[in-house]
Design a protein around this ligand. Structure first.
Ligand code: URP
Ligand code: ZN
Ligand code: ZN
Ligand code: ZN
Length: 468
């Protein structure tokens, strides 16, 4: 049988379950055959390469306004080009509700920003910063039915923080509508207390951001989020978990059968609080300021254990890029105190190479775990499976061809993001994506995006976190 548009021939197919040699036949943008000696109108020789389900980065910030007027370094065009070059075929950015704004208007705003500009598929999570009766009673239920099946709530940040009563309200809507809530778990009052104390002592350099956002505050908020989820009986994802202490809370919850899922990110296996020192406790440390901040060697070891043993379901970038210049991090206010440094670092393009190299190439995790953490589990958890996240007949032909032997350093000069630095400059990587295909079309090759933006917005189904 033929009629195939394209065959990926001679590669090693890797899924979350298996590794095997096979050709993949693509028709009309979907996987139509998996077998041997396939032929079609077109052919890509994948000899010596791994064929992976396209990366799904489930935590990406693009073109978000900030409360102090600094601009994010990536819009939907540059952010998704960067994602494609890094082996991703789908990203899940946020539609951030500004207080006073209708959530529906907010979503439409982000659609306008994304429309016609995306090189990968995209689908929005909703950030709920103003859970009014209208938002809780009408807008969220309607939006979930339209395929926006995940929300994020914040336990810190002045302009986003919800109090416990509000979090419980959002959890209740999520339970009723079967939406998955992502929680930014850091205790706001503890952070503010530590911030005031550090500022009074004249400790205002970026390094002290890491001290103010103490791991104890993350642990406490993680436990509080878990307790609230238990009270309402709703599944949650604790996102960007930074270290051992919050992990222990997640493991405590799991041991009790609570439906608590967890995400971690590249910064927590590659960076430490010491990176925020910069050159000499100077402003250079601002390039590593993100929340939660990177911790220490002990937490890195704990995170690796959690990536192996299933404590973590997903590995996302938390790409949140600000340039290290006056348009981004380096403002007079930010120089006056760490608390004004925009939080976030770029990473959508380097997420997969970092986990592959530090994880698979160094023997810390299996290929199956790599695929599960970076593609299959994000698809399952966020209602995209089985259209996305696997290599199977009928699935979208979203594929990443990977050269496990290719070795080079991460260098800002080679990246495609809109940021002017990478926090991973000089990191030696073994294993890089060499070609990314979205629905059978090549969207990046050898580290460069190619072609016109073909990405679509995906309406999502219910999270598998609601499965019995
Ligand atoms: O510092 C970070 N991670 N900024 C992005 C916003 C968030 O909390 O995820
Ligand atoms: Zn967050
Ligand atoms: Zn889970
Ligand atoms: Zn984030």
């Amino acid at each position: 049988m033929s009629g195939l548009d394209l065959v990926i021939a001679g590669g090693t197919v890797v899924t979350a379950a298996d590794t095997y040699a096979a050709d993949i036949g693509i028709r009309d943008g979907r996987i139509a055959q998996i077998g041997h000696n396939l032929s079609g109108a077109d052919r890509i020789d994948a000899t010596g390469l791994l064929v992976l389900p396209g990366g799904i980065d489930a935590h990406v910030h693009l073109d978000q306004p900030t409360s102090d007027g600094t601009t994010m370094a990536d819009d939907f065009a540059s952010g998704t080009r960067s994602a494609a070059a890094g082996g991703n075929t789908t990203v899940l950015p946020f539609a951030l509700q500004i207080r006073g704004q209708s959530l529906r208007a907010c979503v439409e705003d982000y659609h306008r920003k994304a429309q016609g500009n995306c090189h990968t598929d995209v689908s929005f999570h909703l950030i709920v910063s103003d859970p009014t009766p209208q938002v809780l009673g009408q807008e969220l239920p309607a939006l979930v039915r339209d395929g926006y099946t995940s929300f994020k709530v914040f336990m810190t940040y002045d302009d986003l923080v919800l109090n416990d009563a509000q979090i419980l309200d959002v959890f209740e809507v999520a339970r009723r509508e079967r939406a998955l809530v992502m929680v930014h778990a850091e205790g706001h009052d503890a952070i503010r207390h530590l911030t005031r104390r550090l500022e009074a002592e004249g400790r205002t350099a970026p390094y002290y951001h890491g001290q103010a956002h103490a791991q104890i505050a993350e642990r406490e908020a993680t436990h509080r989020a878990i307790s609230h989820a238990q009270l309402i009986d709703v599944p949650v994802v604790i996102v960007h978990v930074s270290g051992r202490d919050p992990m222990e809370q997640i493991q405590w919850a799991r041991a009790r059968g609570l439906k608590v899922h967890a995400e971690t990110c590249p910064q927590y296996i590659t960076l430490t609080a010491d990176d925020l020192r910069g050159l000499d406790m100077d402003f250079d440390g601002a390039r590593y300021v993100c929340s939660p901040p990177p911790r220490d060697a002990d937490s890195q070891a704990a995170i690796w254990q959690g990536l192996r043993d299933g404590t973590f379901d997903i590995f996302s970038s938390d790409h949140c890029p600000f340039r290290i210049d006056a348009t981004g991090k380096d403002t007079p206010r930010a120089r006056s105190s760490f608390k004004y440094v925009p939080n976030g670092i770029p990473g959508v393009e380097t997420r997969l190479p970092i986990l592959f190299s530090e994880g698979v190439s160094k023997g810390r995790i299996s290929l199956q775990r790599f695929v599960a953490l970076t593609s299959t589990n994000p698809a399952r958890l966020y209602g995209l499976y089985p259209q996305k996240g696997s290599i199977a007949i009928g699935a979208d032909a979203d594929l990443t061809l990977w050269d496990p032997t290719l070795t080079r350093q991460i260098r800002q000069a080679d990246l495609n993001h809109g940021c002017d630095y990478t926090p991973y400059e000089g990191l030696q990587i073994t294993g890089w994506p060499v070609r990314t295909l979205l629905r059978g079309q090549t969207i990046a090759q050898d580290g460069r995006p190619c072609g016109d933006p073909q990405g679509a917005h995906l309406a999502r189904g219910t999270s598998e976190a609601f499965a019995p």
